[in-house]
Design a protein around this ligand. Sequence first.
Ligand code: HEC
Length: 135
Amino acid sequence: MNKKPFVIFGLVLVLLVVVIPFWAFHRDGDVADNEGVPPENTPGKQLFQTNCGNCHTLYAAGTDGDYGPNLDQKLSPAGAPTDKTAIEGIKTQVMTALEEGADSPDVPGRMPAGIVTGTVAEEIANFVAHYAGEG
Ligand code: HEC
């Protein structure tokens, strides 16, 4: 008997059952998008408190640092963002600040680049992007 159809069927099965779900699951990286998640349930909140809270006030994280700018006012003065474009915009601004540091001429003090990097930076930026302006 010819086994070829079974081999092909087996391969298709592996593709459907293993490869596609794996791809779908990992497509967005391992960082949750926080959609509909209360701030206290996101890993970003604690990471923010630990790494950013000494210098920055952010209502959603309950921090009141005042060395750097108040991030509610700085990033989303009109209240927490509601659409994806605004959220992505804030996330990019935070990632840029973390990657490049910040040293505006009109702001006292500066923020060094690379306080956090990689997944930790992404989690924090994700958290900030969803909840900045909530206070
Ligand atoms: C040592 C204090 C300090 C720490 C810790 C710190 N920052 Fe800052 N941050 C600053 C200062 C000071 C500024 C203002 C710099 C400037 O604009 O000249 C700033 C600016 C920013 C800005 C505004 C950048 C812009 O677009 O102008 C963002 C966003 C930011 N910080 C996010 C964070 C996040 C997120 C963390 C935690 C990972 C963090 N910061 C940790 C001091 C700090």
